[in-house]
Each structure stands twice: as C-alpha cells, then as structure tokens.
Design a protein around this ligand. Structure first.
Ligand code: NAP
Length: 251
C-alpha cells in the first residue's frame, strides 16, 4: 500500500488532465483538479468523489503568478502539502509560420512553459520540505516538429529541457521529474485540429490510426496510466526521462 499524497493536476477539467486526476485519485491520492474555470472542474471532481476518492476544484490561470501562488496555498491548506504535480494545462494556437501572430506565439508559451515554471516553483517549496516529490510535465510528439505548430512544438520541446533541468536540480530532495510526450490522443484538442484542417473528427481519427503502429489513436486513460506509474513511489529511480506514449516508436 503506497502512502497517500496530495496531487495537483493542471488543466484537469477535461481531456488528459481529467483522466489523470481520476487515475491518481484511484491510486489513493487526494487530488486538486485545477483549471481556468473552477466551475468547469465540477464534473471531474464529482466523478472522483462518486468513486470514493478525495478531490477539490481549484480555479487558476497557470500563466498568472499571483493566481498560482494563491491556488497552491489553498491546496496546501485544504488537502495538505502538495508533493505530486502534473503540468498538463495546454492550448493550441495553430497556424503556418507566416500567418502565426505574436499573440498566438505568446499565448502558447505562457500557458505551457511559463505555466509549468510558475506551478513547479510554487509546488517545489512543499516538495523540498517534505523531501519527496513527483513532477510530470506534458510534452508532445509535436516536440519533434509539426506543420502548423511552430509555437506549440517549440513549447513542447522546451518542456523536455525544463524537465531534465528539474531532475538535475531537485533529485537530491527526493524529487523526480519526467515528461510524458503523447502522440494522437482523442480529446477536444485533437477535435479542434480536425476542424482546422477541415476534416470530420471521425475521419481524422481513422486516417491517423492507420499511420500509428498499434493501429489506433490514444485515449486519455493511456496517458493517465503512464503518469500514474511516474507518480508512484516505486518510480523513484526514473528521472529526467521523456516517455513517448504514441502507439509506436519516437525518440
Ligand atoms: P484539452 O482537452 O484541450 O484540455 C486542456 C485543459 O487545459 C482545458 O481544460 C483548458 O481549460 C486547460 N487550460 C488551458 N489554459 C489554461 C490555463 N492558462 N490555466 C489552467 N488551465 C488551462 O487538452 P488535452 O488534449 O487533454 O491536452 C492536455 C495536455 O496534453 C496539453 O498540455 C496538451 O498540449 C498535451 N498533449 C495533448 C495531445 C493530444 O493529442 N490531445 C497530444 C500531445 C500532448 P479551458 O477549457 O478553460 O480552455
């Protein structure tokens, strides 16, 4: 039986974040379901509590330093010191480079990179004190380059460097940091991509599945299962790694 910890999952109102929050709660952790809009977290919190887990909804823009400080302090007060952090909040503002605006660039950098930086800085204060921590950052197969995603692929490659540096700096405090880099996962985010390229989501899924070695697209639970392992006590010797969860090999 592993120790019950307090976990924060950002962008957890839906998609991969909601599945991860549910999985970590099922693993026995108390979970802060954090997202931009607190009321949007109600469904994810309800699912967890209905299954016998413990969760609270926390409204917070991860790109806003003051909101992050307040949100993490609230979690510590209501659930206890957070020692597990999943930096999952994300947005896309896709466009070919020549059409990409400065706002498209800044918005993506702010949520993914600045958001992960601010959240991690706030949470590591508790982790170092507790001499225990698990940090998982969401990268993407797009880190290797993806047409229409100059901003997003740069941010997701940045998440990998950020992760490795956290692993180097925080290891001596019993803290591990790893990145999970999903391939195609069936969520609202990939539905938005289908819309952008003018395909129905069903056709987009079918066409994408054909190009994936396991011949299917991923589900949020596929990512949640990998994150669950990286957040477990027994994963304490795995740190600074990028794990592609994409139904086939990527490096
Ligand atoms: P999603 O369904 O779009 O969910 C993302 C969540 O993040 C939403 O609930 C969103 O809130 C929240 N969010 C956005 N900006 C935020 C902010 N500033 N502060 C707090 N929360 C914020 O996306 P997903 O597909 O589950 O993706 C989750 C993560 O996995 C992202 O980092 C994404 O880049 C990564 N990923 C996804 C895929 C994929 O195929 N789906 C592949 C590789 C990597 P709102 O609803 O209010 O906007």
């Amino acid at each position: 039986m592993s120790t019950q910890r307090v976990a924060i999952v950002t962008g957890a109102a839906r998609g991969i974040g909601a599945a991860t929050a549910q999985r970590l709660a099922a693993d026995g952790h108390a979970v802060a379901v954090l997202d931009l809009d607190e009321s949007a977290c109600a469904g994810a919190v309800e699912t967890i509590t209905a299954a016998g887990g413990r969760a609270i909804a926390v409204g917070c823009d991860v790109a806003d330093a003051e909101q992050v400080e307040q949100a993490v302090a609230r979690v510590a007060e209501e659930l206890g010191a957070p020692t597990i952090l999943v930096n999952n909040a994300g947005i896309i503002r896709d466009n070919l480079l020549f059409k990409m605006t400065e706002d498209d660039w800044d918005a993506v950098m702010n949520v993914h990179l600045k958001g992960a930086f601010l959240m991690t800085k706030a949470v590591q204060a508790f982790q170092t004190k507790e001499k225990y921590g698990r940090i998982v950052n969401l990268s993407s197969s797009s880190a290797q380059g993806n047409r229409g995603q100059a901003n997003y692929s740069a941010a997701k490659a940045g998440m990998q460097g950020f992760t490795k540096t956290l692993a180097l700096e925080l290891g001596k405090f019993g803290i591990t940091a790893n990145a999970v880099a999903p391939g195609f996962i069936q969520t609202d985010m990939t539905a938005a991509t289908a819309e952008r390229i003018g395909m129905s989501f069903e056709d987009f899924i079918e066409a994408s599945a054909k190009a994936i070695p396991v011949q299917r697209v991923g589900q949020p639970a596929d990512i949640a299962a990998t994150i669950s392992f990286l957040c477990s006590e027994e994963a304490g010797f795995v740190s600074g790694q990028v794990i592609y969860v994409a139904g086939g090999p990527l490096d």
